[in-house]
Design a protein around this ligand. Structure first.
Ligand code: NAD
Length: 397
């Protein structure tokens, strides 16, 4: 079929297999352009491995330190006139590239919140790797069914306590307007924490530890975000921030549990980036458009892969102590949070309107990054050509 982007609100319902493969290849090439990391991870489980930060973690571990990886995710293969999801195509391309260079890579597609998928993953680790020395937890989901109670949670992205009004942008039309987001109810806060908080991370680590598939000195890392004051009400002090507080608390709990293996749990605070998840948050895409403008001008811009390479090379695997902030968190949002960067973004935030959006922000970069997530707009791909949508993930077929 001929595959073109079909945008519905903040998602794209189509994905291009060759474009996704090229996007993955670019990330692989970036990692390969860097010195090999002898000290890096060797046997890695990535939960949420098909897009965004999890995919970049998988690529950085494989091509940076030659790691064998098991990737867990929830993606759809092509069916009928529908393309597969981007994460499916990303994984097909990743596995092929990894296996072509002799690296072990296998994937499990299903609900990571379920006990069943956890047990299948444990069986795969036992059969093929014995144990893992790094567990990356990078899930982002709007829903979770609790494996023990059967309750289904749905997350919301809302402020807590009071309504919040600020600027936002409709990325596709370029219209800047004011949005008021009503505060969450207690129940909505509980649901969001149940999905994006630390309970499932702890369940994964407990299951892996009980099964004896965590190596001595194992490390685990989950991802968080803080960001500037313009996004605080909607993000860090809102429902999702409550979930991130819970995730960060869970790292401390896991540190206690992992001490018998001399293992460590970390939360890494990453940079704001265009991903399928961040596109769904009000106010944040406008902030990201301004942030990209400032960081690109200052030559400080990073994407997921640059962030994850820096996490591995300069934070987790330095042969020395892992540098953390006063709350024990790894910070790779340091460049985003630099005072000069934040001051410049704040100045632009005050000025930005529909009329000057194109010139004072990097909305064009935002749009192009968004399309690239689905494999569109990559150089060298003929988007008018007939393309086979039914692509196999080698270890899932
Ligand atoms: P993403 O949407 O690109 O990736 C989410 C991953 O989770 C995908 O691999 C998807 O398949 C998987 N997934 C979702 N539901 C699943 C389920 N039920 N079972 C199995 N897999 C499932 O998201 P992302 O932006 O890379 O976010 C990953 C983490 O990084 C999140 O914790 C997010 O809060 C954090 N983070 C994101 C940003 C940002 O700006 N994007 C910044 C800092 C931290």
């Amino acid at each position: 079929m001929i595959i073109q982007p079909k945008i519905r609100g903040f998602i794209c319902t189509t994905a291009h297999p060759e474009g996704c493969a090229r996007h993955v290849q670019e990330q692989i090439e970036y990692v390969k352009s860097r010195p090999k990391q002898a000290a890096g991870p060797k046997k890695v489980l990535v939960i949420g491995a098909s897009t965004g930060y999890g995919l970049a973690s998988r690529i950085a571990a494989t091509f940076g330190s030659g790691a064998a990886t098991i990737g867990v995710f929830f993606e759809k293969p092509a069916s009928g006139s529908r393309t597969a999801s981007a994460g499916w195509y990303n994984t097909a391309a990743f596995e092929q590239a990894a296996q072509a260079e002799g690296y072990y890579a296998t994937s499990l597609n299903g609900d990571a919140f379920s006990d069943e998928l956890k047990q299948q993953t444990i069986a795969r680790i036992r059969e093929d790797l014995g144990q893992v020395d790094l567990v990356v937890y990078s899930l982002a989901s709007p829903r979770r069914t609790h494996p023990r109670t059967g309750e289904t949670f749905t997350s919301v992205i809302k402020p807590i306590g009071a309504a919040y009004t600020n600027k936002t942008v409709d990325v596709h039309s370029g219209k800047v307007s004011e949005i008021t987001v009503e505060p969450a109810t207690e129940e909505e806060v509980r649901h969001t924490v149940a999905i994006m908080g630390g309970e499932d991370w702890i369940m994964w680590m407990d299951a892996l530890q009980e099964a004896g598939v965590l190596a001595e000195g194992v490390q685990t890392v989950a991802y968080s975000y803080i960001g500037p004051s313009v996004t605080h009400a909607i993000y860090r002090e809102g429902t999702i921030g409550r979930a991130k507080d819970d995730l960060e608390k869970s790292a401390h709990e896991l540190n206690g549990k992992l001490s018998e293996l001399s293992g460590k749990a970390y939360v890494s605070v990453n940079k704001a980036l265009v991903t399928q998840s961040s596109a769904a948050i009000p106010i944040v895409p406008l902030y990201i458009s301004l942030l990209y403008k400032v960081m690109k001008e200052k030559n400080l811009h990073e994407g997921c892969i640059e962030q994850m390479v820096r996490l591995f090379e300069e934070r987790l695997y330095t042969n020395g102590a892992v540098p953390v902030d006063e709350k024990g968190r790894i910070r790779v949002d340091d460049l985003e949070m630099r005072e000069d960067v934040q001051q410049a973004v704040a100045d632009l935030w005050g000025q930005v309107t529909t009329d000057n959006l194109e010139s004072i922000s990097d909305i064009a970069g935002y749009r192009s990054e968004f399309l690239r997530l689905f494999g569109f707009g990559l150089a060298g791909i003929d988007y008018e050509a007939e393309t086979e949508a039914d692509v196999a993930v080698p270890t899932l077929s």
